[in-house]
Design a protein around this ligand. Sequence first.
Ligand code: GAL
Length: 943
Amino acid sequence: MPTSIDYVTDPSPGHGALPPRAWYADSSANSVSLNGTWDFRLSATADAHDDSFASPAYDADGWSSVSVPGHWVMQGDGAFGAPAYTNVLYPFPVDPPRVPDENPTGDHLRVFDLPGDWPGDGSAVVRFDGVESCARVWLNGTELGEFKGSRLPHEFEVGHLLAPTGNVLAVRVHQWSAGSYLEDQDQWWLPGIFRDVTLLHRPTGGVRDFFTHASYEHTTGLGTLRVDSDVAGRITVPELGVDVPTGEPVTVAVEPWTAETPRLYDGELATAGERVPLRIGFRTVELSDGLIKVNGTPILFKGVNRHEWHPEHGRALDLETMRRDVELMKAHNINAVRTSHYPPHPAFLALCDEYGLWVIDECDLETHGFVEQGWRDNPVDDERWTPALLDRAARTVERDKNHPSIVLWSLGNEAGTGRGLTAMAEWIRARDPERLVHYEGDINCRDTDVYSRMYADHAEVERIGQGVDGGPEKRRRLPFIQCEYAHAMGNGPGGLADYQRLFEKYERLQGGFVWEWIDHGVADERHGYAYGGDFGEELHDGNFVCDGLLFPDRTPSPGLIEFKKVIEPVRIAVDGAAGTVQVTNRYDFRDLSHLAFDWTYEVEGEAVERGTLTVPPLSPGETADVKLSAPATSDGYWTVRALDGDGREVAWGQNSVAVVRNTATLFGGHTSPADGVITLGPATFDARTGDLRAIGDVTLASAPRLDVWRAPTDNDDGASWQSGERLGLLWRKFGLHRMQHRVDGVELDGAALTVRTRVGPASRDIGLRANYRWTADERRLRLTVSVAPEGDWRIPLPRLGVRLGLPVGDLGVRWFGGGPGEAYPDTRDAARLGRWESDVAALHTPYVRPQENGARADVRWAELGGLRIEGEPAYALTARRWTTQQLDAATHRTDLTPGDTLWVHLDHSQQGIGTQSCGPGVLPQYRLTPGPAEFSFTFEQLA
Ligand code: GAL
């Protein structure tokens, strides 16, 4: 008899689960983790097998096994199917609530015994913390129920069914269900029991649900605590001398909780049958004067959007990975996280309480794919789905309500608008009036307390900040956040500092959340990291799933380093001429007494003096000018740093140093062409082409010549839906990747060799006149490049500089300039002037989809490949063992293999980066508009 599978396509949230309640760990009640290896059988359809496998008598011989928590598609070496990635589109026909017949279904079995000390009294529940997307559950052959809501907990009463030994928990999991229509988030589709499964003893008189209310009155310094519990008991907080019955408020002097000062008080809820530890943070969230205030102070979100991701385990995260995320966020000055687009594993929220992060906790809801049909049939505006929406809202709020870090509830993401969303907002407000409600899709702020947008450009954000953006009256009175901005896909995001300046300038702008925290690359032997399409999906969105500030292995990308600098909580502005440093406290709550300051005075990257600095313990917003001690020389620059108690750098500043321009001609001898060769000081040239062949003993693999091409970044390419200028495409259309070089003259003129060329693409009249003027003395060779555009250039250049090829030998690189990481015109705040060392391989930034990367900005001189190369003016250095064309052609990390030539790019300038992979392009001031240019390099063979 095939099993009825009607429940799979039933829009209801399910049947049989207990009402949602607060999630807590470490109670005095017994519990057994049912994580581990489970027997597993995969079927292609939901009804391939009847439910006899749930019977204790069933013999699972011949089944496979999977790890729980886990996604079956991430296990079994391909035997259990594969991940699939789409952003907006449903990967099945849109016919709600129906799903395809091909519905991978995983039957899971776990046999367990009760521990010897399992109490005889009370009852028990089994709790599933996350199962994608629909599960039906049996214990010892008795059906418990079925549920949907992948990233939400579900509990079932099981006490009456438990035996001391040989209990059989059977779970049938369907990849697709009616619930899938509500879970169209931009991420991999990953079925499975991906969070913990736990058996919890429920003692007689045990705690069921409780709600900790802990507010802070900033004018008096008093906190008020009241813990409502549906089983009465006592609340104790020893440190505060609190010992009160549940439900009774108590007011005491406390230190408040903020993301900057995450003060938690340990307490306990004790009922007749159970003791539950409490971690209490006193804080008050309110909307007042049109601002989000905590403890009476407006806050500025310096946030990120975090999906749960692990390159081997998908969304099945272990505690250490969660801790790593939080520690990385804190170490990079991030103060807020939006749990895009579902409630995270609850342990993550406990870490946010402990370390201090403002949290927007988002409900597990997105119906983005309905946009394809003009939002027709959108479940959020269809009453049949409202119970499921309310269930999701309740499971989110009830589970997470006791976390002080959560300041806003978010209804979901990109689900259009509709009555269901309004019902959710109303339910949440009634249940928890002490927090605010967020939903970006509610453009008129009908149901929300904050005007939230994604990817608004700088100009619009500024208008919103000025309050001249119009909109409905209610919205005009609300604060503004960008729940997503600065799309961190590939190289970038560009323009972060420009956003931050706006956020800091206008009170109404309360910051934003970079999209997103981590690349969702799947560890993959073929590709290094796989992305959409690598598993043969018929519909997919490619590497749009790799758009994070961390690489999949959690290595910070340059974007994260830049973000850290841009949002640093102390501004350090060194005025070299005055010999002072202006320090500004940009925290919202903390003074600077926890920071130590030091300074270094460097000449050409070498520290000549250093010391510590006494900075007054400034309050938030305060500024002080501090005198720096007079250096012995005047040709250097200061670096001033702020360090926390662990000696970790929080912020830094440097004064700018003028670069002395020296473009004078070098004087030295040359010989006239003989044997087809011209010599000039240490260099030899091809007399016919004017190509440089060697500098001393360094024989060039490829002579320096003008180069304008870069391997388009994701931000150059832009997003397919964008109507504006998409430069990656335009550059190719105009042929900038296949520029032809024509030599118009090789002229010896006194001490100089001049090579006149024109560089332009086939089929177009646009081009660049490029003259190379070479002079030399005994040891040094100087190149001055003059460039003049011709024709109707309507597009910026990708880059403007020269490229040369050197034989691969010593791969060490030393430079004096910006570093240590890459920097482009609009991603360069984190580049600091210094003397740096690396090797060629480490200069490369391993974006999951290879693209232009690795430029070191403001280089005064560099030593590599046997040469010292000085720039006048400073230049951007990129060096790699593949050509730009090879980099451009690569689709995955593993496509790049180092060759025999060291390609060195000396760029006068580069086009900015922007965030057009999903957002605005490059701001005008970072655009590389073709125009006359002149720049010089001096080459010298290293001793
Ligand atoms: C937003 C969406 C995110 C993600 C992002 C682009 O529209 O909310 O989930 O898709 O764009 O990466």
